[in-house]
Ligand binder design. Structure first.
Ligand SMILES: [Ca+2]
Length: 239
């Protein structure tokens, strides 16, 4: 009797474990899907999902999306013992995007794409670097503004069919921007890209390398392009 009871207990216990395991795995899958759905990057998938994901945005006022590739940091400030755990936060209005933390590295490579939805070209885009700390508030490691005005001016020229790598415009470092070096706006296979080396302010050292790319969203207000034959306008006319 005792043996049978023990066998039943064991069976019950293993069933309970199996049930807990299924609940645990189910939870993980659910959370992963929720996380992916909330990631701005997932908005930039292709096809139907792309359009559906954007439907929550204010399409009437949306000018387009700005993809910011946060590539790497150079000679960032030390906030721990001889090193830092840096990550980048990009804010624009009430939008806030973050890269992952790269541990113990003042020359981190993030290579992450963060995407902002743009409804007003005059709202400043700020980039801040932080040192991740486990038990205290994360320390600041400097900040910079990403000035997209020269880039937008180049987009509005409505250029097309240029040779790959053709430099559309050059932006020089100056008191009104955070550039550490000359920044080129380049035609790259139908896209216009701008690479920037940003010198961080309010910190002893550090630069962050980013690349910006405009993404036209079919059906949104879009930029006022001078040339109606520009690829983004052609897409607009097909709607
Ligand atoms: Ca730290």
């Amino acid at each position: 009797m005792g043996r049978a009871s023990t066998a039943v207990d064991h069976k019950g216990l293993s069933n309970m474990r199996l049930l807990l395991f299924i609940i645990f795995v189910g939870q993980r899958i659910f959370l992963k899907h929720m996380k992916d759905a909330l990631q701005p990057e997932s908005v930039l998938g292709s096809g139907r999902l792309f359009i559906d994901s954007l439907s929550f945005l204010d399409m009437e006022n949306l000018l387009g999306l700005l993809r910011i590739r946060v590539k790497r940091g150079i000679n960032l400030a030390v906030r721990d013992l001889g090193t830092s755990d840096p990550y980048v936060v990009i804010t624009m209005g009430n939008q806030k995007l973050k890269t992952r933390v790269v541990k113990r590295n003042c020359n981190p490579e993030w290579n992450e794409e963060l995407t902002l939805s743009i409804t007003d070209l005059n709202v400043p885009i700020n980039l801040t670097v932080f040192d991740k700390d486990r038990f205290t508030v994360d320390d600041k490691m400097g900040e910079a503004e990403i000035d997209i005005r020269p880039y937008i001016a180049s987009l509005k020229m409505g250029l097309q069919n240029l040779p790959k790598g053709c430099v559309v415009s050059r932006v020089q470092p100056g008191p009104n921007n955070c550039l550490a070096d000359e920044s080129c706006i380049v035609w790259d296979d139908g896209k216009i890209l701008q690479d920037m080396v940003l010198r961080l302010r309010n910190v002893e050292s550090g630069e962050v390398v980013v690349q910006i790319e405009w993404i036209h969203v079919p059906g949104c207000r879009g930029l006022e392009i001078e040339d109606r034959e520009a690829p983004w306008n052609r897409a607009k006319r097909l709607d």
